[in-house]
Design a protein around this ligand. Structure first.
Ligand code: NAD
Ligand code: MG
Length: 392
């Protein structure tokens, strides 16, 4: 028994009540002999968080929303789980020193806690791409300074990480990220112009949180992923291809200098890349569906339509412009997605709002955390003001 305890990995999940968080909880629950749960962090779903904490015997349960304190405390009465609420408690949970932290809070809201976890110098499994897009240099510097390990959870980036493993860095010519194409791959301009949130949320392959589902419909998700890949793998925009692959079976490919291409394949189920990061450098046993290629039969690959989906072009431009451009792009997109979900703007307004905010704000530095946070805030205010002036 004592030997087992020594080899156990301690785990914290930032964003445990969301789509990625729930999949992570399922994997942990299936291997209680390998993992000890330090903290589960959510925002306002106290009931779900409490059920997860009971199931995994978590040491801490934390809601970012301080108003949930009484409900969370009541739901965990009689357990040994410590209940904490509020933004400072989120940071404290991220600093408990877990061997493995799943960073799965959506958006820049998850930046501070992801950074706090990285500063602990252990393993951070990164689902929160917005934090890396917005604060790329700051985050990579924090990871390097603390000697932390950053493992990509995003299925495409996890695929690239796996396909690159064991190969010399200088042999990589370029990579390909695949995209499902989202719910509007075959839609007309008029259909997209009139699209309601319900239609945009209906992803053909993946079941995910609302923000990333809308990003998949606009293709901003793929744009953010191009920037994410540039940061994670030290590549230029020209070295990162995107191909629409409606079956979502091949998640990413690495093209080597000798003409070889290595790809990672798997059923479109996020438990697979999450399990890769949880087990790494070992492999876990999961009950995720096994891929049957004879059943799949057809694998299609098509170039993305950048005229119909300008998000990809905007993200590549922001990556090339560098400095604060990705921070502005991400913040404007977060505001535009929330406005679309609240039915205040149309679907096609999302990309045009992001383009206008980028134009209006011009070139800005984003070298320090303070600069990133100030720029993020200013870009949000600029986007909100633009929305108000459109409505007027
Ligand atoms: P989600 O909306 O389902 O879950 C988000 C989680 O973050 C929830 O637990 C929520 O309570 C928590 N949260 C939100 N705001 C918070 C705050 N201010 N403080 C603390 N917690 C807060 O989102 P998701 O689909 O699980 O995505 C999470 C992240 O992973 C996103 O960055 C997304 O881009 C990325 N990702 C998701 C998928 C997927 O399949 N869902 C795939 C690849 C990458
Ligand atoms: Mg992805």
């Amino acid at each position: 028994m004592a030997v087992k305890t020594v080899s156990m990995k301690s785990v914290t999940i930032l964003g445990s009540t969301g789509s990625i968080g729930v999949s992570t909880v399922d994997l942990l629950a299936a291997a209680p002999e390998r993992f000890r749960v330090l903290a589960l962090v959510g925002n306002s779903n106290a009931a779900r968080l409490a059920a997860q904490a009971r199931r995994l015997n978590a040491e801490w349960a934390v809601c970012a929303d301080a108003a949930q304190h009484a409900d969370l405390q009541a739901a965990l009465a009689g357990t040994a789980t410590r209940v904490e609420c509020g933004p400072d408690a989120v940071l404290a949970a991220a600093r408990l020193g877990a061997d493995y932290t799943m960073a799965a809070i959506t958006g820049v809201a998850g930046l501070a806690s992801t950074l706090a976890a990285a500063e602990g110098g252990r393993t951070v499994a990164l689902a929160n791409k917005e934090a890396l897009v917005s604060a790329g240099d700051v985050m990579l510097r924090a990871v390097a300074a603390a000697g932390a390990t950053l493992l990509p959870v995003d299925s495409e980036h996890n695929a690239i990480f796996q396909a690159k493993a064991g190969n010399p860095e200088r042999g990589v010519e370029k990579i390909t990220l695949t995209a499902s194409g989202g719910p509007f791959r075959l839609a007309t301009h008029e259909e997209m112009e009139r699209a309601a949130p319900e239609a945009a949320l209906r992803h053909p392959v993946w079941s995910m949180g609302a923000k990333i589902s809308i990003d998949s419909a606009t293709l901003f998700n793929k744009g953010l992923e191009v920037i994410e890949a540039a940061r994670l793998f030290g590549l230029t925009s020209a070295q990162i291809d995107v191909l629409v692959h409606p079956q979502s079976i091949v998640h990413g490919m690495v093209h080597f200098s000798d003409g070889s291409i290595l790809a990672q394949l798997g059923a479109p189920d996020m438990r697979i890349p999450i399990a890769h990061t949880l087990g790494w450098p070992e492999r876990l046993l999961t009950h995720a569906p096994r891929l049957d290629l004879a059943q799949a039969r057809t694998l299609e690959f098509l170039p993305p339509d950048e005229a119909k989906f300008p998000a990809l072009r905007l993200a590549r431009q922001a990556l090339q412009d560098g400095a604060g451009a990705p921070t502005i792009l991400n913040a404007a997109n977060e505001v535009a997605v929330a406005s679309f979900l609240a039915r205040r703007i149309g679907f096609l307004d999302i990309a045009s709002m992001v383009a206008s905010v980028l134009d209006r704000m011009g070139r800005r530095p984003a070298d320090t955390l303070e600069q990133v946070l100030a720029l993020d805030e200013e870009a949000r205010r600029c986007a909100e003001a633009m929305e108000l002036s459109r409505a007027a």
